[in-house]
Design a protein. Structure first.
Length: 354
């Protein structure tokens, strides 16, 4: 190859290399911003998928509100599948990829304190979403102790304040679970109900709830069971499955939480007594507004103090058969058609839901 050819070849290699570096830089920008146009990234980190609310409601509602408020914002969604270590890795990756705000619903409230410190050291504020994290910049949730009180009050009323009950609480690593449990005990401990067995479900699993209930029915005559405190609808479903498998013909009152579609359908059918509806749309949209404000350098207002963290605390609502229409249907959380499938058509007609 002559000198001119070698020079031309070297120039071509240089141009190709420069183009490759430019492309890599562009791809890096796309990864960080999500749109390649210098956009802004908010990381949404949710804890698990066994509770249906996260994928069905929190995620899409949050993403839609962010899109409405900020055209050039991107939501980097990550789910930890109930693995605290995985969530820590996801949070670090989100920051490395350019997230300017973390909205974090922790698997483990205690270990999430490390995520908060690490994020803040990178000048990335953290919004504790639904579950409290000590040291977070902001916190948004419902009055979780009141959730447990609503469940306990409903159970006392439904049982006539007499008899033996089972208690199935949430995961010990979930800071909300302790508040639900405390609220329920505030009421139940002052009643004449007797808690014959109590279980802290390590991952909120319906399967665990079914197994625990089945094991207790070996020691308790199902017909002598006055009621069951189940901290959420997933566990209520497990309890119901265990009672059904045991041949129970008249189901005792079972509590729940989250207003899952299956839970609402069981309430309509008389298989579950109540649930606690937490208007997730309000929570998710408030969190989105908060994240966008922080991303834009604005200081959120109208907060209240919760354990030294500026907070937004929302009110939960008890839902029973007689107010399904005035709560989850009125709020368009579910339509009547979604609830009243063929399997529940007769029950819906009897409940006046049509």
């Amino acid at each position: 190859m002559n000198r001119i050819s070698r020079t031309a070849a070297l120039g071509l290699v240089t141009l190709i290399s420069a183009a490759g570096l430019t492309a890599c830089a562009a791809n890096s920008a796309d990864d960080a911003s999500g749109d390649g146009e210098g956009g802004k990234t908010i990381a949404l980190l949710l804890p698990e998928t066994k509770t249906t609310r996260y994928e069905a409601f929190d995620k899409p509602l949050f993403e839609a509100k962010v899109k409405e408020l900020c055209d050039d914002c991107t939501v980097n969604y990550l789910n930890a599948d109930q693995d605290a270590s995985k969530q820590q890795q996801q949070a670090q990756s989100a920051i490395t990829d350019g997230a300017s705000v973390l909205v974090l619903d922790p698997v483990d409230g205690k270990s999430a304190e490390g995520i908060v410190k690490s994020s803040q050291s990178s000048d990335v504020p953290v919004v504790a979403y639904d579950r409290f994290i000590t040291g977070a910049d902001y916190y948004i949730s419902f009055n979780n102790e009141r959730v447990g009180e609503l469940q306990g009050e409903a159970l006392v009323d439904a049982t006539g304040d007499s008899g033996d009950i089972l208690m199935l609480n949430g995961a010990p690593t979930d800071p909300n679970a302790a508040q639900f449990k405390q609220g329920a005990h505030n009421v139940i401990d002052e009643s004449k109900l007797t808690v014959v067995a109590e279980y802290d479900n390590p991952d909120w699993s319906p399967d665990n709830a079914q197994q625990f209930t089945s094991s207790q029915l070996n020691n308790i005559d199902p017909d002598d069971l006055a009621g069951v405190y189940a901290a959420n609808d997933g566990q209520a479903g497990g309890v119901f499955a265990a009672l059904k498998a045991a041949g129970v013909s008249e189901y005792p009152p079972i509590t729940g939480q989250d207003a899952e579609l299956a839970g609402i359908q069981r309430i309509i059918a008389g298989e579950q007594y109540m649930t606690v509806y937490k208007p997730i749309k309000t929570e998710a949209e408030q969190a989105a507004q908060l994240a966008v404000d922080l991303l834009n350098g604005e200081t959120p207002s109208d907060t209240t103090d919760f354990q030294d963290v500026p907070s937004y605390i929302l009110d939960p609502i008890a839902v029973m058969q007689d107010n399904v229409k005035d709560t989850v249907v009125k709020d368009e959380f579910y339509t009547v058609d979604q609830i009243c499938t063929d399997q529940y058509a007769d029950a819906c007609a009897s409940a006046g839901l049509s």
